[in-house]
Design a binder for this molecule. Structure first.
Ligand SMILES: Cc1cc2nc3c(=O)[nH]c(=O)nc-3n(C[C@H](O)[C@H](O)[C@H](O)COP(=O)(O)OP(=O)(O)OC[C@H]3O[C@@H](n4cnc5c(N)ncnc54)[C@H](O)[C@@H]3O)c2cc1C
Length: 467
């Protein structure tokens, strides 16, 4: 390792600059502070170099330079990882934020997406052809990190995880070799990249299967007073148990944000929001989701057809870059009354009015894929809880982190041992990683040992290679 950063001065850096086409940003440069910042304002890392790549050649050059100088290497896709895994102290950041092109092939219903793209880029290009790739629910989230870690969106029960729609992946390995992983090439790598995170190299592009949907979709978004949540979440649980695959539904505990889209008298009110999206024709969706719209008497019911593009951007204002975030998750084998009561009780004492607790209903197509078919192991949990603590004042860090950990601990008796790594702080430890990857863990170690034996890519949910 290179603790004093001396390598970033002198001839070696000069020759790196000559070979590199994009920008290389260092401490002291005007852009340094904005380039090292990621979405979570809690993260304050100081890399020695940030290499903004313009293409595959730059990625190979950066990996080679980091290797030659034994520099810790982080890879930045969309920079949205809550644990700040897009950046590192003292090392080199391979920054892909300039690589955002999306090319749709409408005839074959596929899209080739560069690894620095965000979901807003993909949605815009695919909707121009009446198609979608099943991504996340916030348009600014990066395609790369979300896809490598699985990916749950508004159409998850119909089309499965985001990683289930990947046809092929281009990447540069730790040895600086460019290759394509697909069902017929480097199959071991293709298996590992779908759920195993950024462990195996730097992805340069994904090829996705696309599906017909939009321009409008039917949505349900009723809101009820939080006091009604214990009874209504039980009802919601029972209704979604028999839901069609087209219905992807979540149950959220939140306070109505202080935002102009909500009626003024309701802002700040603690609420229970069972929300659902139908991946199919709008009228069919309205009928199929009526039972989910009628769980009780809502205080507000904005349900109705919505533009898919608008839906995909709808939550953006509530998760702005630079605020403070601490998120945790657990997969749930069921959703007991006790689990529901615990969540609601914690929510009544939540230190931040902006924190969101969500239970996503899973199943459908997700569960039809065998747990060993890709590296993403959890296929049978019917629910996943995510605790998304969100606040702005650094003075409130401790109280929010403590509350989140307590609720996460309190949910343990009601949950499986597995977590969703894309909603995690990278502090959960190896036991949780082993439990989460389960029967796939040893195979991931094998693939890691083959493609990155020196563990050069370790600023991630790290799988340790065998020595
Ligand atoms: C507001 C918000 C909303 C979200 N909504 C959803 C959602 O709806 N569904 C869902 O499943 N998840 C969601 N997430 C979680 C999201 O999946 C993770 O935060 C994910 O890590 C983001 O990917 P990124 O490319 O932006 O991250 P980054 O911070 O850039 O990277 C995350 C990890 O992936 C690695 N990585 C990134 N790019 C590459 C690459 N090209 N090659 C190799 N490794 C790479 C990084 O090294 C790092 O370890 C959300 C997150 C936020 C902040």
């Amino acid at each position: 390792m290179n603790p004093d950063n001396s390598i970033v001065d002198g001839d070696a850096l000069g020759s790196f600059r000559q070979q590199f086409n994009g920008e290389i940003i260092q401490p002291g440069d005007e852009k340094y502070d904005s380039a090292r910042r990621v979405w979570n304002g809690m993260i304050d890392k100081h890399p020695a170099l940030i290499a903004r790549c313009t293409g595959v050649a730059d990625i190979i050059t950066a990996i080679t330079y980091a290797h030659e100088h034994d520099m810790l290497t982080a890879v930045r896709g969309g920079g949205h990882n809550v644990a700040g895994l897009a950046v590192c102290d003292d090392g080199l950041v391979i920054d892909l934020s300039e690589l955002r092109s999306v090319h749709v092939d409408p005839e074959n219903r596929t899209a080739r997406v560069e690894a620095g793209a965000i979901w807003g880029d993909v949605d815009r290009e695919t909707q121009a052809f009446g198609l979608i790739a099943p991504g996340g629910v916030v348009s600014e989230t990066g395609v790369a990190g979300l896809t490598l870690g699985g990916g749950y969106g508004h159409t998850r029960r119909k089309y499965g995880l985001t990683s289930d729609s990947v046809r092929s992946i281009d990447l540069v390995t730790a040895a600086g070799e460019f290759l394509t992983a697909s069902p017929t090439e480097h199959e071991d790598l293709f298996w590992a990249l779908r759920g195993g995170g950024g462990n195996f190299g730097v992805v340069t592009a994904f090829e996705f299967d696309l599906y017909e949907l939009g321009p409008e979709v039917m949505t349900v978004g009723t809101m009820y007073p939080l006091e009604e949540a214990p009874a209504l979440m039980r009802q919601w649980r029972d209704v979604v148990a028999d839901a069609a695959d087209e219905i992807s539904s979540s149950a959220a505990l939140w306070r109505i944000p202080d935002h102009t889209v909500f009626p003024e008298p309701l802002r700040g009110k603690p609420v229970f929001i069972p929300s659902s999206v139908y991946a199919g024709p709008v009228e069919e969706g309205a009928k199929a989701m009526q039972p989910l719209r009628e769980l009780g008497t809502p205080i507000v019911d904005p349900s109705g057809p919505e533009s898919y593009l608008e839906l995909q951007r709808k939550f953006d204002p509530f998760f702005p870059a630079g605020d403070r975030y601490y998120w945790k998750s657990r997969f749930m084998g069921d959703l007991s009354g006790e689990a529901i009561d615990t969540m609601v009780e914690y929510m009544t004492k939540c230190p931040s009015p902006r924190t969101l607790v969500t239970v996503r209903a899973l199943g459908g197509q997700i569960a039809r894929v065998d747990p060993t078919e890709t590296a993403f192991t959890d296929r049978d949990s019917p629910f996943m809880i995510s605790i998304d603590s969100t606040w702005t004042d650094p003075e409130e860090d401790d109280v929010n982190v403590e509350w989140t950990r307590k609720l996460w601990d309190a949910m343990a008796p009601h949950a499986t041992e597995r977590i969703y790594f894309n909603f995690a702080m990278n502090e959960e430890g190896e036991d949780v990683a082993r439990a989460t990857f389960g029967e796939n863990y040893e195979r991931l170690v094998e693939v890691k040992s083959r493609y990155d034996p020196e563990n050069r890519f370790r600023v991630n949910q790290n799988i340790l290679p065998t020595v």
